[in-house]
Design a binder for this molecule. Sequence first.
Ligand code: URP
Ligand code: ZN
Ligand code: ZN
Ligand code: ZN
Length: 510
Amino acid sequence: NLFCDAGSEYGGLQCGIQSSSSSSAKILIKGGTVVNAHHQQIADVYVEDGIVVAVQPNINVGDDVKVLDATGKFVMPGGIDPHTHLAMEFMGSETIDDFFSGQAAALAGGTTMHIDFVIPINGSLTAGFEAYEKKAKNSCMDYGFHMAITKWDEVVSDEMEVMVKEKGINSFKFFMAYKGSFMINDELLIEGFKRCKSLGALAMVHAENGDAVFEGQKRMIELGINGPEGHALSRPPLLEGEATARAIRLAEFVNTPLYVVHVMSVDAMEEIAKARKAGQRVIGEPVVSGLVLDDSWLWHSDFVTAAKYVMSPPIRASGHNKALQAALATGILQLVGTDHCAFNSTQKAFGIDDFRKIPNGVNGIEERMHLVWDTMVESGQISVTDYVRLTSTECARIFNVYPRKGAILVGSDADIIILNPNSSFEITARSHHSRLDTNVYEGRRVKGKVEVTIAGGRVVWENDELKVVPGSGKYIEMHPFNYLFHGLDKADAKYLSSLQAPVKHLKSST
Ligand code: URP
Ligand code: ZN
Ligand code: ZN
Ligand code: ZN
């Protein structure tokens, strides 16, 4: 075993290049309750060379196989986080977690794949993609990419095709907020939606009215409110509701599926509910911070404490969180992300005199699986099969990597967690694995603990110890035309023929 205690380079994490004797090429997980989104059963799971080879009761193996006893525990697909920002340059700073440290933290928390947002460079998708390829070189778990669209012209339109057909990207995100940096207008949104539709790529939106946010920020500064509470006050839920409704209607106009990221308010959630009820293909992604926190921290007298809760859209007043949980439990919202975007106390302090300069973002990549378990399963709001669906399977389906990911089936990648429902622990910055010096969930006790994480057939988390290998994570290509696109052509044909109908009627009645 060659372990490097690369404290400086890897933020104190133990990183190991494992010799073949301990590489756990063959693993048997014995006696646990194996849970998939559609079914759960008591069974053994046998893994060889990174792939699930068998799922059935009473599997016998030789003594060259590492055996993990999962009696009384849940054996589930590793989490997939659909929304992260690792090594992201944003608001004059770069997030403190890069691909290695953020992924190591994720693995310690039971997440085995994430999808990060490539940010174009001066609008160039190609340059952005190349930069993110470099950022992700040290990956210790599997990852995919979404791509943001920040400007519009022929070149960008052509590059979108290259991204989808050659680079394994099947989703594009449009920021309706962040005026002066990422924000796009409705014309671009419509052009972008049309292009997404033709490529079979999923359109995603950050839904807040950026012009109105800008006005709200001016209003707060004029009123002398320049602390972190000004962040929440300047961009109220109605601005999220407005943009969500607008994006939904424009997606309906183009007839293309839509994915709304970080749904933070009842206002936005109800727009999604209404659209889904009317038959529109809209996916709503709440994030852990929105599900479990409330905005009271933003009024804390200590700046550093308050500033760590600044993210956009803001964490809302108490009540929104419970409503989002209910929406998740009943299928109005479909999967949970984190929007992990970690800035430390020093970085947050850029905005000590002006909340508009506080880098936006909170942690969560390490805490998501535990907090969703504790908040949703432990409270009795959802079943364990639903837990698997909304932390893993649905993400794999939407981004078209199911059942390679998001399931424990013969042939699936061996990304597996063992969760002990009877163990509990406290979340704290002292023991978390992110490089962040704070944690928005500081001091929270959660019931249910991921005791083992297997990623790509390697045991990477066991006995509260991480054994991660830089460079072992694979880029997962994601292909277009996911299930949300199936049948769209029929709806389009019906729409076109409906345009002809009045003409026919005129002819037949004359
Ligand atoms: O505050 C946030 N959410 N930061 C990350 C960028 C984004 O809008 O997703
Ligand atoms: Zn966003
Ligand atoms: Zn985000
Ligand atoms: Zn491919």
